[in-house]
Each structure stands twice: as structure tokens, then as C-alpha cells.
Design a binder for this molecule. Structure first.
Ligand code: AMP
Length: 178
């Protein structure tokens, strides 16, 4: 393991393309080679959080499930709370829920009504921005909690799917753009 920080190029190279997963026509971006490499995983968290001061935000919010991996590590690094946005039916206490459309069917995500105090400063994190449906729904949920979303951050953005258009009004950052 080298002492130098990982670069965005190194991260991009490590992401593995899996054609036709989980269904025909989808080119799945497999991040597990980044996670299993100590240099790349630490580097991805450093790159995601480097511009933020520890103590300057109240929580990092992660989206079920791969968003949790990056959001929890980022929250540790920034010395702030971690908040999970989960799939419907998984959170034990009272929740706000938000439904959003998928290409086929729909999905519902949820957050605890007391997950963060109104007025808190939060960053929303997921592994990948595709159509923006998931992150857009998560941002709507957070607005119902009355928090300030400083930015919506992704490891990967599939720019040809124009997901940013579903996140208008929020600063969007992505490390790797395909
Ligand atoms: P979307 O709501 O279309 O922006 O999709 C984003 C969510 O679906 C993220 O939580 C991703 O983990 C997952 N996702 C969508 N497309 C892909 C892909 N090509 N490879 C890996 N994950 C994907």
C-alpha cells in the first residue's frame, strides 16, 4: 500500500463493468474492487470528504444499501452523525416515506421522523447517480425533516442518464463521471 492518496483515475479504473446485471441491458458498475482495496477505499472517502471541515456538518445521510458504505465512513471522518435512508419497512420507528417511479414499477424509501433536527446541515451520499430517481426522492424526504442539504454527493455519475435534472436546486458532486 502506498502512502500517496488514491486518484480519481485509479478509482475509475478499479470499477468493474458487469453487463446485463441485474437485468438485460443494464451495465452494472461494480464498486466491490474499490471497497476491498485499502488504498482505494480510504482514498474514495478522502476524495468525497476532502473539501468539508470535520465538525462543519451535522450528519451524512446514506441511501440504502451501497450508499451506507460511503456515508458511514464519511461520517466517521467528518465526526458527525450518520443517518440511513432505507427501503420501506426496514426502519423500526415512525417514518416519512417517499415513493418514486422506476423504469418498471415503483420504489418507496423511508427515514425516521426524528433522524436529524430541523435546521441541521447534512450531506446526502449514494454510490451512483443514474436517472436521479432515488436521490431525488431521498432529497425530498430530507426536506420534510426541515434540514439544509449542503450537497448531494456520488462516487459515480452516469451522465448520459441526466440524473442531475432530478436534483435541480441542490449542489451535486460526483467523483467519477462515465
Ligand atoms: P437512479 O435512481 O436511477 O439514479 O439509480 C440509482 C440507484 O440505483 C443507486 O442507489 C445505485 O446503487 C443503483 N444503480 C442504478 N444504476 C446502476 C448501475 N448501472 N450500476 C450500479 N448501480 C446502479
Amino acid at each position: 500500500m502506498t502512502n500517496e492518496n488514491a486518484t480519481v483515475e485509479q478509482l475509475a479504473k478499479a470499477i468493474r463493468d458487469i453487463p446485463d446485471f441485474p437485468q438485460p441491458g443494464i451495465l452494472f458498475k461494480d464498486i466491490t474492487p474499490v471497497l476491498s482495496d485499502p488504498h482505494l477505499f480510504a482514498g474514495s472517502i478522502d476524495l468525497l470528504t476532502g473539501h468539508l471541515q470535520p465538525g462543519s456538518i451535522d450528519a451524512v445521510v446514506g441511501i440504502d444499501a451501497r450508499g451506507f458504505i460511503f456515508a458511514a465512513a464519511a461520517a466517521y471522518k467528518l465526526r458527525c452523525g450518520f443517518v440511513p435512508v432505507r427501503k420501506q419497512g426496514k426502519l423500526p420507528y415512525r417514518t416519512y416515506e417517499q415513493r418514486y417511479d422506476l423504469e418498471y414499477g415503483s420504489n418507496t424509501i423511508a427515514v425516521h421522523i426524528d433522524a436529524v433536527k430541523p435546521g441541521s446541515r447534512v450531506v446526502l451520499v449514494d454510490d451512483l447517480l443514474a436517472t436521479g430517481g432515488t436521490a431525488g426522492a431521498a432529497a425530498n424526504l430530507l426536506q420534510r425533516l426541515g434540514v439544509e442539504i449542503l450537497e448531494v454527493t456520488f462516487l459515480i455519475e452516469l451522465s448520459f442518464l441526466h440524473g442531475r435534472e432530478r436534483l435541480k436546486g441542490f449542489p451535486v458532486r460526483s467523483l467519477i463521471v462515465f
